[in-house]
Each structure stands twice: as structure tokens, then as C-alpha cells.
Design a protein around this ligand. Structure first.
Ligand SMILES: *[C@@H]1O[C@H](CO)[C@@H](O)[C@H](O)[C@H]1NC(C)=O
Length: 884
């Protein structure tokens, strides 16, 4: 019986895997993603039937995730509950209700609720290209010819000599430097790059020979071929041309002109999370590189990242893509530099799984549109100072001369990676990152944005580790020995003055942020590293919980034990959001290879305005790097719930699989057409090499350390403040009770019920966990069921809360409740927190800061409190308002 079920499931899966994605019909159907627990009793079909949905296919490349659908529902405002999610809620309620316990129905409900690990409704949203609009080419500068290279290598492409990014006659020190590799026959053979974009003109004479159809798909129009159809669907084609335009007599050549390109079209209309997730894994056994020149708006006020399924797809990509070597994700850093935007407010560019590429222009200057942040890994050449990128355009024999932005920087980097993988196909995704760090070339050595990090490398928020250089990169790749598997070490979260944030993003506790700033420290020890099989540091991610009435005023920085500082958030003049940072994750690559042992200090400050203030509630950090012992390497799993403080569980744990559902659209907004986001004159973008990216940041002298309040029942001697990462917050019942007190107070009677129910099922699941190795999923987080039992806005928030950091509109709608979140302090639970202040130690840890260049102080005194960029935020928001 069981066996036959298994065989059936396998067969089903096989046939699904072999076929192309089914056509979606969002106009007539509602789509959901259902994660099925294969070890559960209820089969997928049984679950689908019970929920009233039909199974379409496996959801992209995510195992045990299924795209399911039902006929479209009219959601009136009065009855705004989604039928399918309501059905799941009812099933869960029945599964848990004693009334039904013996009935047939109760039995079925229990089996189904164990089997459905996750269910979310798919909404369409628009991703934003980092593209230039078609602009008048009146001001193009004709670069002098690269005639010699063309003659030596018989390059007949008529526009080759205009491709200064390949051979720069004016500024020969500034180019991708790949022609010497071509001479050696390194031209990208055998490597496939997927352009996740707005299509790819495979009929172009410049691309036809190098087009890889099996790896291509159109997720906007649900067809196999990624045909550009809209008037401005030229972005993907231009990016593809930079990588793989053929060496022939059309336009110019690509950096890896014998490599292949596939096109996955997602930017030409709204797209659901699961289709975006699938697109990032499309054909990922064959394709090595996924070049992504898009993301959330670059308006200097958005803060958005990939949703759960998309994150999962990225993790799936690096773990399982390319036969386990991992997909190489390349992301454009963003074009919002003029809006004061920073790539650390974009969850794609600051993902550790992506190589983030910013721009440098043909003179080697930093163009003002290119975003700075501590997640920038390298720069590649693109538009600015009066020059653009020349590449293939849509059409049979067409050439584009106005391409640019960080959109064009990312494919130039992808082209170099393709060259490297053509000679070393066995290098993994992290090898490519290491090679970036090690071989990027320092440009503009006098730029004050450069700093020397703890291992003697140069790092800049504007340039990352420097300009990517083909010859340097590929030569190093030829010798490179693969790094050991990835290790990670998630530190226990520190709660500041009992700071908490629940799934509704309601906050309690925390300490008021001041202009002088608050600091908090975390201790990394040799023992912890060893315990976690952690050898050498690569990325660091830092998650913060901060409430603030004006997010753009908040600055966050991290200082290493060796005194190296990473600015994670500098002021953003345009960011007036009142949502703070509800568990937002920043990242930094600046500490690569640094010895992490010792005290890490976070500093949070604001402008000290009375009417714009907030609280620092807590933080945590995760160290990513390589393992000591490859035999003991673990596989990372993306947690469903990430944004609560204290965290509900951590990754090293055998995490309970949490079921969430999204009732309402998490994003009803349509992003404006992406071409709006790159300044129209990006080719004319003034460049500079004499300004720090974040002037005014780093005034740390007066910072006041907060005493990190110890959590109840702290079981760990190895970390000073909190339990070791392995011991989740729910390690025993009393711990749970204490930690949940905030929850009871904040949410009142209804929520009290929710918490009790949660507690009840948590206890059950703990009991279960002792008895079984794998935990049935259905009843771990009963909150969504409880939420579903209520109607109206409350339950909507409940669902939306699972979607954390994702959405500004939702944030705005629920801002009210967040504002109320701090009220319980009046009840006396946290009244003692100020006692923990110790003025005597104020500023003490900060004397170690060593990497603030002296002239910054001078600059600061000239322009007090000036953020990056200029202009007022009203202007920025107007710009954002009525697009398209
Ligand atoms: C490009 O590579 C050559 C070696 O082939 C090197 O001599 C030259 O300096 C490099 N140019 C740049 C701009 O790095």
C-alpha cells in the first residue's frame, strides 16, 4: 500500500520533471504553492482534494513543492477570505478539535494537516529592470578605435571598436581586459548563462548561434521561447549580447563570444513568487550562471527582498544547481545612487548567494547612479562620464549604443565568469566569489572610500574589492583549488532591554536610539567556531530589530574585533517609512578571511530628532564561511519564520516545519516600468573618485553601549549573553513561558487564545519530537489557523506578518498596530531596563575603530548631517509616485 503510493509519487514526479512548465492562467485561476510532507499519510492528491485544488505540477525545481490551483474567486471586501486558505484553516481547526477527534472527518483532517507543510497563495508582482530607457544618443562620444585587436584577431564585427569595455583606447587601464584571453582560445565554450530578464531575441543574427533554447522560458506569457514583445523589451537582449554576441559581422562581440545564453522572461509583466523562484532555477543543471539585472525599486525608500519561496530557490540553486557545484547568481547592485539608495536595502543584492556588481565608467570613475554598500563585491565597466555600452539590440541586425547602468555591469561580470568556467567548469559558486575577492583590481587608489581590512585587502562601498579584470580573474581561476563546503554559525539573538517583536511586528521593550548611538556586543570564541565546524570567514549577515518613525534616519554599523567597520545602513534621505527594521537582514563582505574571534560591536544611531525616534530591540548575526571538516558539512535550510525576536527557532535545530498561508495579496502594487529607475542621462552620469560613499557616518565617539539584557534561563556558558546557537529559545517550557509573556500582553484576549493554542501545540510537538525522528508538520504553528478563525483586518495582518520584510504597502497599512506595540511597557514588565545603563563604560569599545579616514572628520564638519546624495525626500517620493 505504502510502497505503491511511493512508486506512484515517483512516477508522477518523473513525468512532471520531464515536461515544460504548464501554461498559467492567472486570469481564470488562483494559484498556490503547497509544500507536501512526503512522509505523511495523506497523499498529495488527497490533500489537494480536501483543499479543493487541482495539482498543476511541481513548483519549479523545489522538491515536494507543488503548484496547485483553483478557479478564480471573487474576493469581495466583506468576505475577503481566500477559499483555499480558509479550507486549510478549517481542516486544522478540526484536526485539533476534541469534538472531531474520533470522527472520520477528524481523522482525515489530522492526516491532511500533517501533510500540508506550507501553503501560500501566489500573487503577481512586477520586478524592476535596472535598465536605461531609450534615450537620445546626441551626446555619445566616439571612442577611438581598437583597430589593432580587431585586426590581430580577425574581429569583423563592425561596432567592435566602439566597445570600449572590451578594449579601451582612451583609458587603457579601464576595461574588462579579456582580449588577451581570446587570443589563448578562452572564449567561453561550453558555458551557458541564463539571462533572467525581459526576453532574449534569439532571432538576432548576433545571438542566434549562441542561443540555448532548452534553458529558455517565458514566465510572463507562459510559452517556451522568451520572445521580446513589448516596445521596451530590449534589456535582456542587450545584456545577453554583452556576454555571448557572436564573433561575426553583426554589431560587436560578447565577452564570452563562444558561450551560450538562455533567456527566461519575467520582467515584462507581473509575476508570482513561485514563477520567479522557478525562473531562478530554470534549466539549472545545464546553465551555470544566472545574470539578474533587476530587483526592488531603486528609489531610496524601498526595503525589499526575496520572499520565502524565492529565497528557497536561490538556496536550491547554490546547493543543487550544476550537479551540486551551485548556480552562480550575479546581481546588479542597483541604479538608485542619486536617490541615496544603498544595495543593503535590497535583499537580492545583499544575499550571500549573489555576486553583487556595481558600475564603474570608462574613465574608471564611480558613476553617481551606482549604489554603494557593504554587500558590493566588485565593479564592472558600464555607462557614465559620457559613454555607454555598445551591444546587440533587438532585431535581426541591430546594435544598441545607449545601454548602461548597473544592469550592464552585471552581464560584463557574468561574461568573465563564463570565461573562467569554460576553463575550470568544476569550480563552485563560492569559488567564484573568492576569485572576485582575490583578483579584483584597485582603481582610483586615492579615493577616500577605500579602506584596508583586517587581512590587508582594500575594500570600498563603491567598488567592492575593485574592478573585475578578465585576465586576472581567469588566470587565478586556472590555478584555483576549490574551497571546502560552506559552514555557518548563527549567533543567538541579543534582546536589548527585553526587546521583542512578534509575528505581527508589534514590538515591546528596547532602548531608545539616540544621535550618539547605542552599541551592543557579541562574543565569538574559538570554541564556538570549532563546535560549528567553522574554519574561515566569508560573508556576515546581521539581522536587526529596530522600530523607528523615520527609517531613513537610522544608521547601523558593525565593528569587528580587529576594529574593521562595516557600515550596514547609512542615512537615506528619501526613506520616510515608519516601519523601522522588523528583522531586516544586512550583509557585508568586507570581513572576508578575517579572524572572527573576539568581540563584535553593533552601533545603531539616528539623527536625535525628538519627533522622529525609535528603539533598538535586538540583533543577531550569522557568520558564513568554510568548514573545518568537509565530512561534517551540513545542508542549510531556509526557515519559514525569520522575523520574530526572539527567534522562534534557528537553522541548526531540526526546525519544526512551519505552515503559513498568505491570505491577502502581499503586494498589490505594480512596480513602475523599470526603465524609469535609471537616470535618463546615466551615460552622462558624472563620475567621481574623491568622495566616501557614506560621508558623515562613523561618528562613533559618543556612542553609548547598551547592556544586553540576559534572557531568562540562559543555559549557555560559552556565549556571554545568550544560549549557544544550538539551543533554541524553546528548549524548555519555562523558557517558552517567559519569552511569551510579551506576546500575551501585546495582543490582548484574542491573541491570548492564539498563544495558548500555540503553546499547546508546541508542547504536543515537543512531545512528538521526542518520540519520532521527523516531526509531523501540521500543527507546529497553529497561529495561522487561529488567525483564520477571525475575520477582518486582524487575520490579514496575521498572514501578512509571515511575509516579513517584503512589502511596503502592507507595512503602511499596518503601521498603526506597530505604533501601539510598545505600550505594554507601561504594565511594568520591562520597567527595570534603564538600570542596566552604565555610563562609565560609554564609548569604551569604540576606541578600537581604526578605519575612519581622518579627512572624514573634516568633511563632516563642513557638511553636518549630510547623507549620501543630495535633495530632499519629498522630491524623491514625488518621483516615485505616479509612474506608468
Ligand atoms: C590586461 O591584461 C594584460 C595581460 O595580458 C596586462 O598586462 C594588462 O595590464 C591588463 N590590463 C588591465 C587594464 O588590467
Amino acid at each position: 500500500m505504502r510502497l505503491s503510493k511511493l512508486v506512484l509519487a515517483l512516477l508522477l514526479q518523473q513525468s512532471v520533471l520531464a515536461s515544460r512548465p504548464a501554461k498559467r492562467h492567472y486570469d481564470t485561476h488562483d494559484y498556490y504553492v503547497l509544500e507536501h510532507n512526503p512522509s505523511a499519510d495523506a497523499s498529495l492528491d488527497e490533500c489537494a482534494q480536501t483543499l479543493g485544488v487541482e495539482v498543476v505540477e511541481q513548483a519549479g525545481e523545489l522538491q515536494n513543492h507543488w503548484l496547485v490551483r483553483t478557479t478564480k474567486q471573487q474576493l469581495s471586501s466583506r468576505d475577503s477570505q481566500d477559499r483555499v486558505l480558509r479550507a486549510l484553516d478549517a481542516i486544522r481547526a478540526r484536526a485539533q478539535s476534541p469534538t472531531y477527534s474520533r470522527s472520520e472527518d477528524g481523522h482525515l483532517s489530522r492526516r491532511v494537516s500533517y501533510a500540508v507543510k506550507y501553503l501560500s497563495r501566489q500573487e503577481l508582482r512586477q520586478r524592476v529592470k535596472r535598465a536605461p530607457p531609450p534615450i537620445s544618443p546626441g551626446s555619445l562620444i566616439d571612442a577611438p578605435t581598437a583597430q589593432e585587436v580587431a585586426e590581430q584577431q580577425q574581429i569583423l564585427d563592425p561596432e567592435f571598436t566602439k566597445q570600449w569595455h572590451l578594449v579601451n583606447d582612451d583609458y587603457p587601464q579601464h576595461m574588462m581586459n579579456v582580449s588577451a584571453l581570446w587570443e589563448k582560445g578562452i572564449t567561453g565554450k561550453g558555458v551557458i548563462t541564463t539571462l533572467v530578464d525581459d526576453g532574449l531575441d534569439y532571432n538576432s543574427d548576433d545571438l542566434a548561434a549562441n542561443f540555448y533554447a532548452p534553458g529558455s522560458h517565458d514566465y510572463n506569457d507562459h510559452t517556451d521561447l522568451p520572445t521580446p514583445k513589448l516596445f521596451d523589451d530590449h534589456h535582456g537582449t542587450r545584456c545577453a549580447g554583452q556576454i555571448a554576441a557572436a564573433k561575426n559581422d553583426v554589431c560587436g562581440v560578447g565577452i564570452a563570444y563562444d558561450s551560450k545564453v538562455a533567456g527566461v522572461r519575467i520582467l515584462s509583466g507581473p509575476i508570482s513568487d513561485i514563477d520567479e523562484a522557478a525562473s531562478l532555477n530554470f534549466g539549472y543543471q545545464e546553465a551555470a550562471i544566472f545574470s539578474c539585472s533587476w530587483g526592488p525599486p531603486d528609489d531610496g525608500r524601498s526595503m525589499e527582498g526575496p520572499g520565502y519561496l524565492i529565497k528557497k530557490a536561490m538556496v536550491n540553486g547554490i546547493q543543487n544547481g550544476r550537479g551540486g557545484l551551485g548556480s552562480v547568481f550575479v546581481f546588479a547592485s542597483g541604479n538608485g545612487g542619486r536617490n541615496g539608495d544603498q544595495c543593503n536595502f535590497d535583499g537580492y543584492t545583499n544575499s550571500i548567494y549573489s555576486i553583487t556588481v556595481a558600475s564603474v565608467d570608462f574613465k574608471g570613475l564611480h558613476p553617481d547612479y551606482s549604489e554603494a554598500c557593504a554587500a558590493n563585491m566588485v565593479v564592472a565597466y558600464s555607462s557614465g562620464s559620457g559613454n555607454y555600452i555598445t551591444t546587440t539590440d533587438v532585431g535581426k541586425n541591430k546594435c544598441a549604443h545607449t545601454h548602461g547602468g548597473t544592469s550592464a555591469a552585471a552581464p560584463n561580470a557574468a561574461g568573465v565568469f563564463a570565461l573562467a568556467l569554460s576553463v575550470r567548469p568544476e569550480l563552485n559558486w563560492r569559488d567564484m566569489q573568492h576569485l572576485c575577492v582575490q583578483t579584483a583590481v584597485k582603481i582610483n587608489p586615492d579615493d577616500p572610500d577605500w579602506e584596508t581590512n583586517a587581512v590587508g585587502r582594500h575594500y570600498s562601498y563603491k567598488y567592492g574589492y575593485g574592478a573585475l579584470n578578465g585576465v586576472e580573474f581567469v588566470n587565478a581561476a586556472m590555478e584555483w583549488e576549490s574551497v571546502k563546503p560552506q559552514a555557518w554559525l548563527e549567533m543567538p539573538a541579543i534582546q536589548i532591554a527585553d526587546g521583542t517583536m512578534d509575528i505581527f511586528q508589534s514590538a515591546t521593550g528596547g532602548e531608545t536610539i539616540t544621535q550618539d548611538g547605542l552599541t551592543s556586543t557579541m562574543q565569538m570564541t574559538e570554541d564556538l567556531l570549532e563546535e560549528h565546524n567553522f574554519e574561515a570567514l566569508e560573508h556576515i549577515t546581521v539581522k536587526v530589530w529596530i522600530t523607528h518613525t523615520r527609517r531613513g534616519d537610522v544608521e547601523v554599523e558593525l565593528v569587528s574585533p580587529n576594529g574593521v567597520k562595516s557600515i550596514l545602513a547609512a542615512k537615506r534621505h528619501g526613506d520616510g517609512a515608519n516601519t523601522g527594521y522588523p528583522g531586516w537582514t544586512f550583509s557585508t563582505v568586507k570581513h572576508w578571511d578575517e579572524d572572527p574571534v573576539g568581540e563584535w560591536t553593533i552601533r545603531v544611531s539616528d539623527q536625535g530628532k525628538e519627533d522622529q525616534s525609535g528603539k533598538f530591540l535586538g540583533w543577531t548575526m550569522t557568520f558564513w564561511g568554510s568548514v573545518i571538516d568537509p565530512q561534517q558539512a551540513k545542508t542549510y535550510d531556509v526557515p519559514v519564520l525569520e522575523a520574530t525576536l526572539p527567534p522562534l527557532y534557528d537553522n541548526n535545530d531540526e526546525s519544526p516545519s512551519t505552515t503559513t498561508s498568505t491570505l491577502e495579496p502581499t503586494s498589490s502594487k505594480q512596480y513602475p516600468k523599470p526603465t524609469e529607475h535609471l537616470p535618463g542621462d546615466h551615460g552622462e552620469a558624472p563620475g567621481e573618485s574623491d568622495k566616501p560613499a557614506f560621508p558623515g557616518s562613523g561618528d562613533t565617539d559618543a556612542t553609548k553601549p547598551v547592556d544586553d539584557v540576559e534572557l531568562p534561563a540562559d543555559p549557555s556558558p560559552s556565549a556571554t549573553h545568550t544560549p549557544t546557537p544550538d539551543e533554541g529559545w524553546f528548549s524548555d517550557l519555562s523558557n517558552l513561558m517567559t519569552n511569551q509573556v510579551w506576546f500575551f500582553v501585546a495582543l490582548g484576549a484574542v491573541a491570548l487564545f492564539a498563544a495558548l493554542a500555540g503553546l499547546f501545540f508546541w508542547r504536543r510537538s515537543v512531545r512528538r519530537r521526542k518520540n519520532y525522528t521527523s516531526l509531523p508538520a501540521g500543527d507546529d504553528v497553529a497561529m495561522s489557523s487561529v488567525g483564520g478563525a477571525r475575520s477582518g483586518p486582524r487575520s490579514k495582518e496575521l498572514y501578512a506578518a509571515f511575509d516579513e520584510e517584503d512589502d511596503e504597502d502592507a507595512d503602511e497599512e499596518t503601521g498603526l498596530r506597530r505604533g501601539l506595540g510598545e505600550s505594554p511597557a507601561g504594565l511594568g514588565f520591562h520597567s527595570g531596563f534603564l538600570d542596566d545603563d552604565d555610563p562609565a563604560s560609554a564609548g569604551a569599545p569604540l576606541t578600537k575603530y581604526k578605519d575612519v579616514p581622518d579627512h572624514r572628520d573634516a568633511e563632516r564638519s563642513q557638511s553636518p548631517a549630510s547623507g549620501s546624495g543630495s535633495g530632499d525626500w519629498e522630491h524623491a517620493s514625488q518621483e516615485h509616485a505616479p509612474h506608468s
